[in-house]
Design a protein around this ligand. Structure first.
Ligand code: FES
Ligand SMILES: [Fe+2]
Length: 436
């Protein structure tokens, strides 16, 4: 539970807000690289923290991020032409490079004019099949973080980007909520799949226990959160531990350590949700792995369009919404389906959006299983507080390559924290790619 004031402070991210100011201090994952597939491809509108930008890949393959509205008279560069080493505004043809330099001004012949002006351009990096940008104050730009999946070749990294019409905190909460996994998503697990994690969740004691004991431990990047479930094995009483990492302010590493949820506010009411899977061995961005993973999680292209989550079509009329009860199929429910919704991520999107665009946390009743959720509130609220007090916000300098999720069986007397120690070997049950 949060006061209305703290809820507003945590959720509002527009220009000039304390949380918006805090989030702008970090490198931000803005796109999957596949959204800019080739040199001189179509530009992409990017909205972050209530502000509008345009991303493009120039003739050399470099990615640029500029303010969306043209320096001259504010036509949208998202209508522009990407050509000859830059993006050209359609209106009067001003031509901008990825660093904002003005290459041509067809309606001003004197070259001294263009040499005196520059478009607002932001630092951009491409790593791990994702595009990252820094949109905060130039003098405070932090070092670019390094995630372990940056070291994988592109074939072993699979990303997908979607838009969800609710506040970002609602999506982050769901990634820190192990107890909903085998309730809300039970249809998916009943249906099964050949992908690794389904057999794991189905066969492990994890699936049978919906009220895990939850423990949280603060770290220099955020916190680790463990969902602990009693597991009787032939060797005696043990505990199944699913350990998830929350990395302020955008990330959650799943308990298997092979899936990162990246959650970035578009504005107060819409959120970019990227998923990144990686593998040490499999070419998961290729078939059949990618199709299996995306279909099972409800993140394949067709489902994203159908469920109103695709970045290109989410805004079209007729998509599932609160107004039409998310196209819930009550007949299917009478015939044995639990949720009546398209399974897995669209189920999350529906329940999270059903709370309203910004959930009123002054009215919630948190349960013992929600310990990580209260810690999330505390962690997020610490970011603007740190800035107010002149300190660096949490995680800005942390070594993210060391953040890992863990999933395994430990002895009843063993501390789960040992599972995330630097040298701990991977636990036996390395199987589930579910987020929580
Ligand atoms: S508005 Fe862009 S060139 Fe004139
Ligand atoms: Fe979920």
């Amino acid at each position: 539970m949060l006061s209305r004031e703290d809820n507003e402070l945590m959720c509002r991210v527009g220009p000039g807000t304390p949380m918006g100011e805090a989030l702008r201090r970090y490198w931000v994952p803005i796109l999957s690289s596949y959204q800019l597939p080739a040199p001189d491809c179509d530009p992409v509108k990017v909205e972050l923290f209530g502000e509008r930008f345009v991303a493009f890949r120039d003739s050399e393959g470099r990615v640029g991020l500029l303010d969306e509205l043209c320096l001259h008279r504010s036509a949208s560069l998202a209508l522009g032409r990407v050509e000859k080493g830059g993006i050209r505004c359609l209106f009067h043809g001003w031509h901008f490079s990825v660093d904002g330099a003005v290459l041509e001004t067809p309606n001003v012949s004197d070259p001294r004019f263009r040499s005196r002006i520059k478009a607002k351009a932001y630092p951009v990096r491409e790593a791990g099949s994702m595009v990252w940008a820094y949109v905060g104050p130039a003098e405070l730009e932090p070092a670019f973080p390094h995630w372990s999946f940056f070291d994988q070749p592109p074939e072993r990294v699979l990303t997908v980007t979607l838009v969800v019409p609710c506040n970002y905190v609602q999506l982050q909460e769901a990634l820190l909520d192990s107890s909903h996994l085998t309730i809300l998503h039970q249809d998916a697990f009943k249906r099964g799949s050949s992908i690794d994690f389904v057999s794991s969740v189905n066969s492990s004691t994890t699936a049978a226990v919906s009220d895990p004991k939850v423990e949280v431990e603060d770290t220099d990047f955020g916190f680790y959160y463990a969902a602990l479930r009693a597991a009787s094995t032939p060797e005696g009483d043990n505990v199944t531990a699913r350990v998830t990492g929350y990395v302020a302010p955008f990330y959650c590493v799943n308990a298997n350590g092979d899936l990162l949820g990246l959650i970035v506010p578009i504005d107060d009411h819409r959120t970019l949700h990227h998923f990144v899977w990686w593998s040490d061995t499999k070419e998961i961005s290729k078939e059949p792995h990618s199709a299996d993973l995306l279909r099972f999680t409800g993140l394949d292209e067709d489902t994203l369009h159908k469920c109103g989550l695709h970045p290109d079509t989410w805004h079209l009329p007729g998509k599932p919404s609160r107004e039409n009860n998310f196209h819930q199929d009550r007949t299917a429910m009478r015939n044995g389906q639990y949720s009546g919704l398209h399974v897995f991520f669209p189920e999350d999107a529906a329940v999270l959006t059903s709370s309203g665009e910004i959930r009123d946390r002054s009215k919630e009743v948190l349960a013992p299983a929600d310990v990580a959720i209260s810690r999330l509130y505390r962690t997020l609220l610490s970011l603007p507080k740190a800035i107010r007090e002149g300190r660096e916000p949490l995680g800005l300098s942390a070594d993210l390559s060391q953040v890992k999720g863990r999933n395994g069986v430990i002895g009843a007397g063993t501390r789960w924290q040992t599972m995330t120690d630097q040298d701990a070997s991977a636990p036996a049950d390395k199987a589930s790619s579910a987020m929580a």
